[in-house]
Design a protein around this ligand. Structure first.
Ligand SMILES: [Zn+2]
Length: 325
């Protein structure tokens, strides 16, 4: 998911924290395809180019909503008071991506809208589960998450091809001075200007944590970190890690080793039956080599500092000519 930003602001007479429009935009929106048919399910109203596509997307959205809520939180979501509109633009060569928006107000979340685009296959196996996971988290936490934790977790339910692409990008970013120091990343409530590293690094860290405790623990960790705004304590409680800088160090060593599966004693319980879970537990590393040369981390503190010292000239922006999620 490439481009993301939150649109939040003050509503007259309300505190910002009580009323916030959150928009999670996961790709450039570029299609001019015509939406021609609709399909209604319990929680979604889908507009798509054909009735068959609208039905497939709506049915898949309901299934993901049910399965992913259980996968992440242990129980299905209650029915929303009003359905979430989904506008789907579907074409074989359309770049995959999506955007989801919703409103937080007094601990409630509503006014869902979702736009998705891509090939039918990518919509069904990556875009839709990604966007639905945003809605699961919004419904569960009722407040914005740190961006890395939100986008990172949502990316773990995408197709393995998409996740492998994020890993390749991560290695490129880490070796070209575009990594984000963890203390800075944990403090981010908005998307940075250089957004792509947030996605790939957030995905990698979410994967690292989930492989060591499963999705329920990940959600509990994020909940505790949010509640107390104390990520070091939440890390110590759930993962036995002594703080955010130490987590950065451990994660970095894991990446350097090629992201091996954790020791059996640390691995998450083998509960998943769904494809996204089975393939994201990391029983085998992503099929990419460890970074060839790694510089010493230079900073874990303030500022837009890279985890790595820049060691090479910056390559051209990957995928800049086409939307990437
Ligand atoms: Zn997203």
């Amino acid at each position: 998911m490439q481009v993301g930003r939150s649109v939040g602001g003050r509503t007259p007479g309300r505190r910002w924290s009580l009323n916030m429009v959150l928009v999670v935009i996961c790709a450039a929106w570029q299609s001019t395809a015509v939406l021609a048919a609709g399909h209604r399910t319990a929680n979604f109203v889908v507009d798509a180019p054909t009735e068959t596509l609208a039905r497939r997307i709506g049915d898949a959205a309901e299934q993901y909503r049910h399965d992913l809520a259980i996968e992440w939180t242990g129980s299905p979501l209650p029915r929303w008071s009003r359905p979430c509109p989904i506008q789907a633009q579907v074409a074989p060569n359309l770049g995959a991506g999506g955007a989801t928006s919703f409103v937080f107000d007094n601990g409630e979340v509503f006014n869902w809208t979702m736009t998705i685009q891509g090939s039918e296959q990518r919509i069904l196996d990556s875009v839709l589960p990604h966007e639905i996971t945003h809605t699961v988290f919004a419904t569960h936490f009722r407040r914005p998450l740190p961006r890395w934790a939100d986008e990172g977790a949502c990316t773990t339910v995408e197709h393995p091809v998409e996740r492998a692409r994020q890993h390749r990008l991560l290695i490129e970013f880490l070796t070209t001075g575009r990594g984000i120091a963890f203390p800075q990343m944990f403090a981010m409530r908005e998307y940075p200007t250089d957004v792509l590293p947030l996605y790939s690094q957030g995905y990698s860290l979410a994967r690292y944590l989930i492989e060591r405790g499963g999705r329920h623990k990940y959600v509990a960790f994020v909940g505790d970190g949010l509640a107390a705004d104390d990520w070091s304590s939440a890390l110590a409680k759930h993962y036995g890690v002594g703080g955010v800088p130490q987590l950065q160090h451990q994660w970095l060593e894991w990446v350097k080793l090629g992201c091996p599966a954790p020791p059996a004693a640390l691995a998450a319980a083998p509960v998943p039956s769904t494809d996204w879970s089975r393939t994201s537990r990391g029983q085998s590393p992503d099929p990419v080599p460890a970074p060839p040369v790694v510089a010493t981390p230079v900073s874990t503190t303030a500022g837009r500092r890279s985890i790595y010292a820049s060691q090479a000239r910056r390559p051209s922006e990957p995928g800049s000519s086409q939307p990437v999620r």
